[in-house]
Ligand binder design. Structure first.
Ligand code: ATP
Ligand code: MG
Length: 579
């Protein structure tokens, strides 16, 4: 028996539209008909205060589409979307979505790249996606130029997005800006509307997002217009009941809020959940181009942000910096949402003790599921859980032997089906065939279903990636569980656990630890390590003990979307053992 959304989750209010492009769905179907007339500007820069109202966003998308169409020779109803791939390599800006939606209006695909990429990594994405042009920003221009040159994108096809002056550096001539294209578009005639047949929105790729590359080379995931619209509708339906409890006296229809737009908009989580869902719902997304702890706290205070979209490393920074956090007024916050990587129960408890009033929510998803599969809601929080399934999603838990798990607390691989499951990987039939099976997405993550002890609702717990599990004498150890526990030790600021080979046990866990600044100089590494090892031995079963040892490091390698890049340490360890 598969698992479905619990009864309290509202069904989708209507069939997911499959013949309309994302820009039209968000901007017309919604901006025009929104009961509030959009009281909040959809996008505001947290650093400069520059904002665009809903009307301005609509106009800018329209004019930019005209300008782009003339500049690149892309016409809405001519050619396949694969001939109109627009690359993006930029930090977050208040125009990031303007560009995406204008690209959709001319029937093109946007492929957003990770702003932390090296030249080679960017080259891979540009080449693989077949991008015809590249939008970037001044701080990343040199790197973008190098990658573009190698893959044959000429300088005349490089464009600049506007970023706050404090980050821009020296002005550079010779590159058209997004604002110039908008200015040109303003003088041009209206574009022809996209003429799509029934179901075309389900087949046409809108975004080509690359997976985070946690387990290997990032894969290009083809995300259709319908996939994005589906996840926005699923999340909205799922969250509406409790969002309505936020209604302020005097305005019964207003349950919008200011949300934090700090996470990288190239990654599926922020792209869909923060930007698209926020815009669809009428929230004000406060954009921050980069994470800097004090400006992050200041922005929450200044813009009275009530919902923070975060990832575990930021939460760990908060819980390990109580003294700094105390200096800011964060009383506007009522909930936080975390995803992309596991948030340990212990860290959640720590955060809750700092902010008893915050609803600490977790969601789980992948690029391949065009984001959220399941999530917790404030009235049903269960630390460590990734929550309940969204409406329209069917989940199975399958053992390595291929048997379907129907019992609680029994682990297996999570398989999911639903309207946001994407079209597959670009240029990779083998991986597509292995991952997308009979309409199901095989997530590669191990999960268990547990009943909430109070509400009795079914919750999905993600144990870890199947490939990351450490096998000690045939028993399974999830690095995520040990990492969560290690973080509760006062000497541990951050950490990562991997499996290392052992003659007797096959594999054993080894921890890499970033020491907390509070550790005194007089304490030797040996003493600290012994204390940390004891902390595990006192609380965890013997096969989970750190028999592979403890090594101190300066920083844990992580992706900008908050994932521990365990493979980097694994590679280093292999090299060390070889030499
Ligand atoms: P790649 O597929 O290239 O190796 P990736 O899987 O990290 O990279 P994403 O699509 O960005 O790329 O991330 C999806 C993965 O993130 C999931 O498969 C899961 O392992 C992990 N993940 C996401 N949310 C959670 C969560 N709440 N708890 C635990 N893991 C999570
Ligand atoms: Mg993956």
């Amino acid at each position: 028996m598969p698992f479905y959304a619990p009864e309290w989750v509202p069904k989708l209010p209507f069939d997911v539209p499959d013949s309309i492009s994302i820009d039209r769905f968000i901007l017309d179907e919604n901006f025009d008909r929104h009961p509030l007339g959009y009281s909040r500007p959809p996008f505001t820069c947290g650093l400069t205060g520059k904002e665009y109202s809903a009307l301005e966003v609509k106009e800018r998308v329209d004019f930019l589409a005209r300008g782009l169409s003339r500049e690149l020779g892309f016409l809405p109803n001519q050619g396949s979307e694969w001939e109109k791939v627009v690359g993006l390599f930029s930090i977050n800006t208040i125009d990031t979505l303007t560009l995406a939606w204008a690209t959709h209006r001319i029937g093109g695909i946007q492929t957003p790249a990770n702003a932390a990429y090296t030249v080679q990594e960017l080259e891979h994405q540009l080449r693989d996606s077949g991008a015809k042009c590249l939008f970037t920003c001044l701080p990343l221009l040199d790197l973008a130029l190098q990658a573009a040159k190698t893959v044959g994108i000429p300088d005349s096809r490089i464009y600049l997005l506007d970023v706050p002056e404090s980050l821009a550096g020296k002005k550079r001539d010779g590159y058209k800006t997004l604002d110039q294209l908008i200015g040109e578009g303003q003088k041009l005639a209206r574009l022809e509307e996209l003429k799509w047949s029934k179901g075309e929105g389900a087949r046409r790729t809108a975004f080509l997002c690359y997976s985070s590359g946690t387990s290997g080379l990032p894969k290009g995931v083809m995300i259709s217009h319908k996939n994005v619209i589906a996840n926005v509708l699923q999340m909205r339906a799922f969250e509406d009941p409790w969002r309505k409890t936020l209604i302020q006296p005097g305005n019964q229809s207003d349950y919008t809020e200011n949300v934090l737009g700090l996470l990288p908009l190239n990654h599926i989580y922020a792209l869909i959940v923060v930007a698209h869902l926020g815009a669809y719902r009428g929230d004000g997304v406060i954009i921050l181009p980069k994470f800097e702890f004090k400006s992050f706290l200041e922005t929450i205070q200044t813009y009275k942000i009530s919902n923070l979209y975060l990832v575990p490393p930021i939460i760990i920074t908060i819980t390990k910096s109580r003294d700094v956090v105390k200096q800011y007024d964060l009383s506007s916050v009522n909930s936080i949402f975390t995803g992309a990587a596991p948030l340990g129960e212990e860290t959640a408890e720590d955060l809750q003790s700092m902010f008893p009033g915050w609803a600490i929510r977790q969601g789980y998803g992948m690029t391949e599921s065009a984001t959220v599969v399941c999530s917790t809601i404030p009235s049903d929080v269960y630390f460590g859980s990734s929550g309940s399934l969204l409406p329209g999603i069917e989940a199975r838990i399958v053992t390595p032997e291929g048997e379907e798990v129907t019992k609680y607390d029994t682990p297996g691989e999570l398989w999911v089906k639903g309207p946001a499951i994407t079209l597959g990987y670009l240029n990779n039939q083998k991986a597509t065939g292995e991952t997308f099976v009979d309409g199901y997405l095989r997530t590669g993550d191990e999960a268990v279903v547990r009943k909430h002890p109070k509400s009795g609702h079914e919750h999905i717990f993600i144990v870890d990636r199947l490939k990351e599990l450490i096998k000690v004498n045939g028993l399974q150890v999830a690095p995520a569980e040990l990492e969560a526990h290690l973080l509760t030790h006062p000497a541990v600021n951050d950490c990562v656990v991997i499996g290392v080979p052992s003659d007797r046990e096959g594999e054993v866990p080894k921890a890499f630890i970033v020491k907390s600044p509070s550790v005194g100089l007089e304490e030797s590494d040996k003493m600290v390590a012994r204390d940390i090892a004891r902390h595990v031995e006192q609380h965890k079963a013997k096969h989970k003990w750190l028999k592979g040892g403890i090594e101190f490091i300066d920083i844990v390698p992580k992706s900008p979307s908050g994932k521990i890049l365990r493979r980097l340490l694994r590679d280093k360890e292999k090299e060390k053992r070889r030499s």
